[in-house]
Design a protein around this ligand. Structure first.
Ligand code: C2E
Ligand code: MG
Ligand code: MG
Length: 400
């Protein structure tokens, strides 16, 4: 068993390390009381313990031990004059079924522990083959990602964003695609988190921006001089870049493009723990005319304070609100409220994930400014997007 205490850091931070040590010792005693004399318990470091239950006769006893430990840990800890409450998350790997050697057993139990944490802590979780498959796939993707840029395996798809008032395509969102040589198209939902963890997102993001900038230059010349392309920028990219060498703005200058030709999509998480570096970068974007959109709005903290504090140009209402949009629904009320609030703050609103004509009409009627979704078009490769623009400029406005 791999056991990690939940919220131990809070105890350390609020009551001090001495009290943290007292709690650890008490926790160790409690865990010892739940196992037989022939079992082993070790503290591996920090608030992590391993427990070896040898010579198990039936697997049920593992459940019983795990439940007992969790129960004992949930009881209050007396620390001097204060009381602390914690819990534990336990991962379980079985020998010889799950692994044959110590390292692999520990690794698998550790993975199972993470599953317990992810499911809400204060619980135990067995290691499964699926977990292993996922971990292996992740490792493989991380390896393959390294060469992907050099091997030109990335491409950008573009999804039109239409202006409700005119029905015209006035913007596009650039969405990254990875053409894996053997696995086919890998979804960004799968590889972006890995690229973030490994820091590769910085390089990849620079490529996205450069490619989109060249593209917007072309579409501004051939289709609409005010056309804009938005790119997604992950918090990791903000952390790793310093504003002195803001190559993005330099590139725009080289291409003779105004800042207004690009929009940077950020998430609320970025604003929540915004450092000065982040703040400066956002200010530099603003000074250069590059607009900022708050992506997936409504799924995070939706803090009004942040909207005011940072110069946000657009809010993108998350598709989870648009998906169930029907007249007189609570999602309808939420969308309307977001639109009114944004407009009062001088912010424009983009609705994401529009799939039906009804959603389109409702959003248009409530005064939402822009719309994006499969109803208009899925994200498509450059050529197809150019065709969309060509047909759109021939047809009459409001044709949609
Ligand atoms: P996002 O920025 O919120 O992008 C919108 C996602 O919604 C896209 O998924 C798009 O294909 C999908 N979508 C658009 N309209 C509809 C609709 O009507 N119905 C449904 N069900 N889905 C719709 P995609 O392309 O798979 O991208 C997923 C996420 O990956 C993006 O979410 C974004 O967070 C991230 N991502 C994509 N490209 C990049 C990139 O270049 N850099 C970074 N950092 N993240 C990216
Ligand atoms: Mg986006
Ligand atoms: Mg979004």
């Amino acid at each position: 068993m791999f056991l990690d205490l939940d919220r131990f850091k809070d105890v350390n931070d609020s009551m001090g390390h001495f009290m943290g040590d007292v709690l650890l010792k008490d926790a160790a005693r409690r865990i010892s009381g739940c196992v037989r004399d022939c079992d082993s318990i070790a503290r591996l470091g920090g608030d992590e313990f391993t427990i070896i239950l040898g010579e198990l006769e039936q697997i049920d006893s593992v459940d019983r031990v795990a439940r007992n430990i969790l129960q004992r840990l949930a009881e209050p800890f007396r620390l001097g004059n204060e009381t602390a409450y914690i819990s534990g998350s336990i991962g379980i790997a079985l020998y010889p079924d799950d692994a044959m050697d110590i390292d692999a057993l520990l690794k698998n139990a550790d993975q199972a522990m993470y599953a317990a944490k992810n499911q809400g802590r204060d619980r135990y979780h067995y290691f499964t083959a699926l977990m292993q498959q996922k971990a292996q796939l992740r490792m493989r993707l991380a390896n393959d990602l390294h060469g992907a840029l050099r091997r030109r395996q990335f491409l950008l798809y573009y999804q039109p964003i239409i202006e409700f008032a005119s029905g015209r395509i006035t913007k596009a969102e650039a969405l990254l695609r990875w053409q894996h040589p053997s696995m086919g198209m890998v979804s960004p939902a799968e590889f972006i988190p890995i690229a973030e963890d490994t820091g590769m997102i910085v390089e990849i993001g620079d490529w996205v921006f450069a490619t989109a900038a060249h593209q917007v230059k072309q579409w501004r010349q051939t289709y609409d001089p005010d056309f804009q392309i938005s790119v997604n920028k992950s918090p990791v990219q903000f952390r790793k870049q310093t504003f002195e060498k803001n190559q993005w703005l330099k590139l725009l200058q080289e291409l003779d493009l105004p800042g207004q030709s690009m929009v940077v999509e950020i998430t609320e998480g970025l604003l929540l723990d915004a450092s000065n570096v982040t703040r400066n970068q956002l200010l530099i974007f603003r000074d250069a005319g590059v607009q900022v959109a708050l992506d997936d709005f409504g799924t995070g903290y939706s803090s009004l304070a942040y909207l005011k504090k940072f110069d946000i140009d657009y809010i993108k209402i998350d598709q989870s609100f648009v998906r169930n949009l029907v007249a007189d629904s609570s999602d309808m009320a939420l969308c309307e409220a977001i639109v009114v609030m944004a407009h009062k703050l001088g912010i424009e609103v983009v609705a994401e994930g529009i799939e039906t004509q009804e959603q389109y009409e409702l959003l248009k009627a409530m005064g939402c400014d822009y719309g994006q979704g499969y109803l208009m078009s899925k994200p498509v490769p450059v050529d197809q997007f150019a065709q969309l623009l060509a047909t759109a400029s021939k047809s009459t406005p409001n044709a949609l």
